[in-house]
Design a protein around this ligand. Sequence first.
Ligand SMILES: [Zn+2]
Length: 126
Amino acid sequence: MTRIRETTLTRFIKDECANFDKHDQECLSGGACKVLNGQRCGYFEKAVLEPQGYPYRLPGYDYGKLFAQYAEQTGANKRKVKARRCECGNPLRSRQRYCDGCAEERRRETKRNAMRKYRYVHAGSM
Ligand SMILES: [Zn+2]
């Protein structure tokens, strides 16, 4: 069994998750705690961690840190990051559709096509 690094998050789970059985160190619904095993847990997300911006939070916890650690621990953010990639594989900044290199390439391509069309139209009208 791998030993889990004690973080703000693991302490938070052990102390605050109503489904965490402190005696057996596992989930009351049976088996090991999903989050501690690196999996997302619907109950924990909805009832313990609460959505971001939830006003009634337990005092004494840095929720920014908890969210970050939860995302890191379970890979909750990874899928989104993975999807944000250019067709060439380069990572994209937010709102970007193509990476800088591809965007430049496409601009050039569009320009070339426009020129071709322009020439064609004018050649045809002669
Ligand atoms: Zn690209």
